[in-house]
Every structure is written in structure tokens, then in C-alpha cells.
Unconditional design. Structure first.
Length: 380
């Protein structure tokens, strides 16, 4: 029976393993045979998902004819995927290829590693993404039908990541992806990969994928299980005192929201003889930005010219911790190291509390750099 519409209840979003052209079952099997483990995993608590492709064409004109005699594709199409999800643990981040230092209930980490070390060394960079659509009126969770619609994004690279939270709203994360191909299927089992061979644009014919059944929560970590979502009231900050505003002792400013983000802008690398970009390399340097909005309470002494004079020796290490609801267990901790204060903006008007916006930034270092960039740890 044809659908009249598609709504969120029928859809589920998945991510495959890296690399996108590799086997999607543990052990290298092309199909899900007995004993093989499916490496495609569901992304949990997705709130929005938008995907599109754009084809650029170049007109071929000639004297004597007004209309173009042809419109030729000279560059590879742009395939885009954007989605965001509620923050409950770091399972989605690990699935997407970020390096997450796993912790226990105490939240301690022995040796921190940059959150994009796997992306930088290419072991967790490129992967396929899948959006499965079940029959109208049916939940995707618990549905075992394989005759469903599947839209796949092949050779996907993350181009941006952001996390934000504010008073009165759940913490969320947003991800943007650029890919090389989009594929449409009417079955969710034993279908060919959406990935293409970037050197010649040919389909990967000898690899198949199958989408697992959607689950309410696929997290098996005992410490993280049972968490439906994290709450703004369980977010704590470790912040430095900066000129004009203080966060030490009893003189803490009241943080209302934060946004932590970084872009992984990509440059497609092409060559003669290839219809597609054979690589999408990251544009360096990479900058992580942290923006904090807070209500101003007390002030602290300081002088801008002193900050400028001592800028070379002045850096900050702001940290954000999100605890398990009802306990002191740290589910997620984000440490921004060697950050600089970029701006400090005050706002005051009749009828509103005075506010300040603090903007910090830090550059991401290499996989071995433990002193610069963003470091993520917690429960997976």
C-alpha cells in the first residue's frame, strides 16, 4: 500500500564503519552470514535529518545556436547530510569516529587524546550513512520488516560538529556531512554499498550492507544504560576568571547557555582521468570555538592592556562536565586546552538582567598533541 506521508516515527538513522569502501560485517564477509557481526550501528535520539544532492553543470555553447548544445557535469556532485540528536552519552560520538576516552563512574582519564585523532590519521574519517524508512504508521523501533525505503550517503566526511545546551532545553549535538554519492533502495538487507571508488567513480560491487533493526537504546554500558537524556541542571563548568567577570569562590556568574563547535572544512582533490574527487582533505588550521552566555553578578579587577601585554603566557583550559541525572557520575566531559579569550561582550537594558558573552578558541593539534584542542571523555 502506498504511503500518504512519512513522519519521524518511521525513520531511523545509521552510520557504517570506516572506511566507507570496506566490509560492513566483522570478519570481512560481504553478507550477514552466521557468525558475522553487523558493523552498521544506529545513531540514537535523532531529532532532525536533512539530506540533499546538488549537481553543477557547465554549458557548452557555440556560434550559430542560442541554446547550449549540451550541459556537462565537470565536477563531482555535492551530497550533504545534516542531523542533530539529544545528548545522553558519548556513544554517538564514538560511532561517528570521534576519539572518546572511556571512563568509569569516577570520570578519571589517565592519558587524554585529541577527539579527532582518528579522523586526522584516516582510521575513522570516511564512512557511509543510512536513513531507513518503515511503513506508514509503524514505529521503526522494534520493526523487523526488511521491505523498507533506504536512502544512503556514500563516502561521507564530517565537515562540522557542534554541541549546545541552555537553561530549559536538553543538551544537543549537531553534525554536518559531505559525501560523494546518494543511493536509493527498497530493501534494508543485502544491498550494495552506496560508496564508490573515488579514483574512477565506479560502484563498489563486491560489498553489501544490511541495516539492523532499530532499537530504543543500543547502549549496553551499565553506567550509561537507563539514561534517556541529559539535563541542563546536571551541567557544571570549570572556568577561569577573566577580566571584568569572575567564576571563582562564591562570585560565580550564572551561565545560561554554551555552544562548543568546530569545522572540518574539506577541499576536494581532483585529477585528470577521474570523474570524482579522489580525496577530500581537511583544511588546516582547525579552530575549536566555545561561546558562553551568562548573567553578570559580581565583577573582578583587571585591565585589557595587561591581557594584551601578557597574551603569550595567558591561556585557559575551560572544562564542561555533564553528570548522570541523580548522581555524581560524569557521563561526558569536554576539555578545551590552551584556549585564548577572543571577546567579551556585555549587554544591559531596562527590564532584563545584565549578561556577558565570553568567546574562547583553541587550535586542534595533531593526534600526538595532548596540550591543544578538544578532548572528550566519558561513558560510551
Amino acid at each position: 500500500m502506498p504511503r500518504n506521508r512519512i513522519i519521524y516515527q518511521s525513520e531511523a538513522v545509521y552510520a557504517g564503519p570506516s572506511p566507507a569502501t570496506g566490509a560492513h560485517f566483522q570478519g570481512g564477509a560481504n553478507t550477514n552470514i552466521s557468525g558475522d557481526t553487523n558493523l552498521v550501528r544506529q545513531i540514537q535520539r535523532v531529532q532532525t535529518a536533512n539530506y540533499s544532492f546538488n549537481i553543477d553543470r557547465t554549458d557548452v555553447n557555440q556560434f550559430g545556436q542560442l541554446a547550449a548544445i549540451d550541459r556537462v557535469v565537470l565536477t563531482s556532485p555535492t551530497v550533504s547530510l545534516d542531523f542533530n540528536y539529544l545528548f545522553a552519552n558519548l556513544a554517538n560520538e564514538e560511532l561517528l569516529g570521534f576519539t572518546v576516552q572511556k571512563t568509569g563512574a569516577g570520570g578519571t582519564v589517565t592519558a587524554e587524546v585529541s577527539c579527532i585523532s582518528g579522523i586526522l590519521n584516516k582510521t575513522q574519517d570516511e564512512r557511509n550513512y543510512f536513513i531507513k524508512t518503515n511503513a506508514e504508521g509503524s514505529d521503526a523501533v522494534g520493526n523487523t520488516a526488511n521491505s523498507v525505503g533506504v536512502i544512503s550517503i556514500g563516502n561521507g566526511f564530517i565537515t562540522s560538529y557542534s554541541q549546545e545546551a541552555s537553561v530549559g532545553n536538553f543538551p544537543t549535538a549537531s553534525v554536518s556531512v559531505e559525501g560523494l554519492n546518494m543511493k536509493f533502495d527498497t530493501e534494508a538487507s543485502g544491498r550494495g554499498l552506496p560508496a564508490i571508488n573515488p579514483t574512477d567513480g565506479k560502484i563498489i560491487a563486491d560489498r553489501l550492507f544490511s541495516l539492523p533493526y532499530a532499537e530504543r537504546n543500543n547502549n549496553t554500558n551499565n553506567l550509561a544504560s537507563g539514561i534517556s537524556v541529559l539535563r541542563p541542571g546536571d551541567i557544571t563548568f570549570s572556568l577561569p576568571s577573566v577580566i571584568g567577570a569572575t567564576s571563582s569562590g562564591n562570585n560565580q556568574f550564572n551561565i545560561q547557555s554554551y555552544t562548543l563547535s568546530f569545522d572540518l572544512a574539506r577541499t576536494p582533490i581532483e585529477k585528470l582521468g577521474s570523474r570524482f574527487a579522489f580525496a577530500r582533505e581537511i583544511d588546516f588550521p582547525l579552530t575549536v570555538n566555545l561561546s558562553l552566555d551568562a548573567q553578570v553578578t559580581d565583577m573582578t579587577s583587571g585591565n585589557l592592556i595587561s591581557l594584551v601585554d601578557n597574551d603569550a603566557s595567558t591561556s585557559y583550559n575551560p572544562s564542561i562536565s555533564i553528570k548522570r541525572p541523580g548522581s555524581d557520575d560524569v557521563v561526558a566531559r569536554l576539555n578545551l586546552k590552551n584556549a585564548k579569550l577572543d571577546s567579551q561582550e556585555y549587554s544591559s537594558d531596562i527590564g532584563s538582567n545584565k549578561t556577558v558573552t565570553l568567546n574562547f578558541s583553541s587550535q586542534i593539534g595533531g593526534p600526538e598533541d595532548k596540550n591543544n584542542g578538544l578532548f572528550i571523555s566519558g561513558l560510551v
